[in-house]
Design a protein around this ligand. Sequence first.
Ligand SMILES: Cc1ncc(COP(=O)(O)O)c(C=O)c1O
Length: 259
Amino acid sequence: MKFIPLSIPNFEGNERKYVDEAIDQGWVSTGGAYIRKLEEKMAHFLHVENVAACQSGTSALHLALVETGVGPGDVVIVPPLTFIAAVNPVKYQFATPIFIDCDDSFCIDPIKLQEFCEKECHFDGETLFYKGKTVKALIVVHVFGNMADMVSILKIARKYNIKVIEDATEALGTKYTDGPLKGKYAGTIGDFGCYSFNGNNVLETEMREMDRDFHTNSNQENTTISKTNTEQLIHQGCSKSRCLWPWCGGSVKDSSRFF
Ligand SMILES: Cc1ncc(COP(=O)(O)O)c(C=O)c1O
């Protein structure tokens, strides 16, 4: 039987040079020039203001949930066709994932989403409840380079006061070419956008397969989380002036993108 690889990493540029540089400079754990470079380049590419590198796609999604205020007893809507990282962090927050099916794009189906909100939930004009639990957020996963129908999904989410977190890992670079969201990239439309740079994704910046504990500069950059509103930034591997991690002590009030 012929083996078909899921993805083949393409190291044809300066990757080795940059890893060597990071090691030579000693920036192999929580910071370094490449983190900032990645954030700036991603912000430029996605046409967003600020980005923050996280430790992994999973942690980016987890932080987005924390920022959204998802906690014990809440409900988060997720698609069934997804890498599990879109679901696990919901459990980390002791919330309940509710699965809504996908449409022909393989992404969450806005028609089924609307049906769920309308027929299975109760909306009191401010909060959506499912079996007495608050529906706080919806995680949209754009799979296989496709983008979910974000126009319809946003409309529903705004109507029912649900925050939208995009996992745009598999659709980095996908954008609307017409319609009301023309020019908008996957991951820049909802309240938060997350991108994993795991080795089997569109872009890879890590060496986790070698050793989970071996961190290079680029290892710290392996994931991005983006955010459209302007509350605060949580950023692992940042400079102190712009971080809200409890052990870091900096603060940020005007960032609009997390990576
Ligand atoms: C769509 C999607 N989301 C999230 C992740 C998780 O990212 P990480 O492995 O960086 O935690 C992956 C991993 O490949 C993924 O494919």
